[in-house]
Design a protein around this ligand. Structure first.
Ligand code: ZN
Length: 564
């Protein structure tokens, strides 16, 4: 069935609440694991249906934000979803009270018990007022950024629209646009500092009231990190510092030479080629056709996947009026269907949708045999392995998308991923320092950031921009304010994806097979167990990063970027 043909109706909350209460009572009093599993599946059917209807409303609203019907429905779901929280909390508690857990593992994998335990430890009724405070501070940060009215050459921009000018070919315009954007942060510096200071102190208090040493411990639990701790993260950081930072310094030096500049300044960093960034060739329709061909040639499984996406129209890719911005992949459990939302705009980002978001959608398709819905999508650091790896597995077909820009695309895509790693680690390391020393003043926090930034991103040349020189870059990084510790995940997944690239580069015939296996496991295991199943090394293990960097250097040596 096509997405456009999916019927939609609101759930009757009273009726659903009655059914769930009755089933949860029976679940609590079940006498055998067989009975427990049967009731569990009945509850799952109800919650799958709720999730499906709410996702349909949300996707249709995003496709056309001016549709009054779905606007109303979104209001309904915003009010209804929190009411369902009480039922899922009760269900988690019943699950955790089960004595014969092993007997349930074939339906409810161990990892779901562990995740439920994490969630229980992160919450207590007494911290509700503090959680509300945390939420409202986080919203305040979003509003402050959205309020930006940046004037440049007689026009008003926001932080999003000025971004294009910050990458303009005209160096003087790039500089003025960057300075104007940083001017906004400087002007609001006291507010950003206050919001963050209150967030840090609130989170520290939450952690201590729950009995943790500091917020770092709680932050890891909130991200349901089951098999790594801060000691292991420290070792991973050291590897990035020793192996990736020196390579990135060379890449920035190549960039400086390529652009013919005396110094690569803070407003030059995201400008890569005088001749412009690599762009896909052809219409959106041609790009989609190229993707269909690619997935058919890649494997039987990917071929079947892409046919279903096309036939059932399980995506909405083109930008249009009243459509929400951004791109994502979601799923409708009742139909076991993934869905891709995007806004094609003629940049290489369009191809990323057809590889990255399609990688997420493909993983979901491969996981639909897993009986327990919650075990289909993995946690963040694992979920991005599938999508980022698909970007690499798609390399042999990039000629079909980029034609004469293909080599430029490889260089751009590959080096962007390498340049991201130390930055991702910096954002994570900074947060460890912040929450281990909640007493730091805003000025001390900035000094701390700048000190770490000099370690991980030594190429940064901030002369002439005081706020950046003083350590204020992170004001723009929303995760620091709104999703603490959610950042290293991208780098861990990237290191795993690089290993798949490396295996493919060394023509390992098992690489894609292992990738398929990983996709089929969905979220039924924790991060490091999934990594092991995929035949990859743990990013925390010594030598993992070094091996990837060795082959990356060899690969990059094949690109004479001086001619771009
Ligand atoms: Zn993703």
């Amino acid at each position: 069935m096509k997405f456009s043909e999916y019927p939609y109706e609101r759930i009757n909350m009273e009726e659903v609440g009655r059914q769930l209460t009755e089933l949860l009572d029976r679940l609590e009093n079940s006498v055998s694991s067989k009975e427990f599993k049967e009731i569990w599946m009945q509850i799952q059917k109800i919650s799958d249906h709720i999730m499906t209807e709410s996702s349909i409303a949300s996707v249709r609203h995003e496709i056309n934000t001016a549709d009054p019907f779905y606007e109303k429905e979104i209001e309904f779901w915003d009010e209804t979803m929190p009411l369902l929280e009480a039922y899922s909390t009760r269900q988690a508690n019943i699950l955790l009270s089960q004595k014969d857990r092993e007997e349930l593992y074939d339906l409810i994998p161990e990892v779901l018990f562990q995740q439920a335990e994490c969630r229980v430890r992160c919450f207590d009724e007494k911290i509700i007022p503090l959680l509300q405070k945390e939420n409202s501070l986080s919203t305040e940060y979003g509003k402050l950024k959205a309020s930006a009215q940046i004037e440049l050459d007689g026009k008003i921009y926001n932080l999003g629209t000025i971004g294009r000018l910050m990458q303009d070919k005209d160096r003087d315009l790039r500089k003025r646009a960057t300075d104007a954007a940083m001017g906004f942060y400087r002007e609001k510096e006291a507010e950003f500092d206050r919001i963050y200071d209150e967030l840090v102190k609130t989170r520290d208090q939450i952690a201590k009231e729950l009995g943790f040493k500091d917020f770092v411990e709680l932050g890891y639990l909130r991200m349901t990190r089951l098999d790594y701790d801060r000691k292991m993260v420290e070792n991973y950081r050291r590897q990035i510092l020793e192996d990736v930072v020196p390579l990135d310094r060379e890449l920035y030096e190549r960039q400086r030479k390529r652009l013919g500049l005396d110094r690569l300044r803070y407003y030059d960093e995201s400008f890569e080629f005088e001749s412009g960034n690599p762009e896909p060739k052809g219409t959106s329709e041609q790009l989609i056709q190229a993707a269909v061909k690619m997935y058919h040639e890649m494997s039987e499984e990917t071929g079947r996947f892409i046919d279903r996406m096309v036939n059932d129209e399980m995506w909405d890719l083109l930008a249009k009026d009243n459509k929400a911005l951004g791109g994502f992949c979601t799923s409708f459990e009742d139909y076991k269907s993934p869905f891709i939302f995007a806004n094609f705009n003629g940049t290489s980002g369009d191809v990323d949708v057809l590889t990255h978001e399609a990688g997420h959608a493909f993983q979901y398709t491969m996981s639909t045999n897993i009986p327990c819905t919650d075990a289909r999508w993995p946690t963040m650091e694992s979920a991005e392995i599938h999508s980022m790896s698909m970007e690499f597995f798609a390399y042999p077909w990039m000629k079909e998308f980029f034609k004469e820009d293909t080599n430029k695309y490889y260089y751009y895509h590959f080096t962007s991923a390498l340049k991201f790693l130390p930055y991702g680690i910096l954002i994570d390391h900074f947060q460890h320092e912040v929450y281990e020393h909640p007493e730091m003043t805003p000025a001390e926090r900035k000094a701390c950031f700048r000190r770490l930034e000099k370690m991980y991103c030594p190429h940064k040349d901030y002369e002439g921009c005081d706020l950046l020189e003083e350590g204020g870059w992170w004001y723009r990084q929303g995760h620091v304010f709104q999703s603490p510790f959610y950042y290293i995940d991208y780098t861990l997944a990237q290191v795993c994806a690089f290993q798949f690239w490396d295996r493919q580069y060394r023509r390992d015939p098992k690489a894609f097979e292992d990738y398929l296996h990983l996709c089929s496991l969905g979220g039924s295991l924790s991060f490091l167990k999934l990594v092991k199943e995929a035949g990859l090394k743990s990013p925390f293990e010594d030598g993992c990063v070094r091996d990837v960097v060795k082959d990356a250097r060899e690969f990059l040596a094949g690109f004479d970027d001086m001619s771009y």
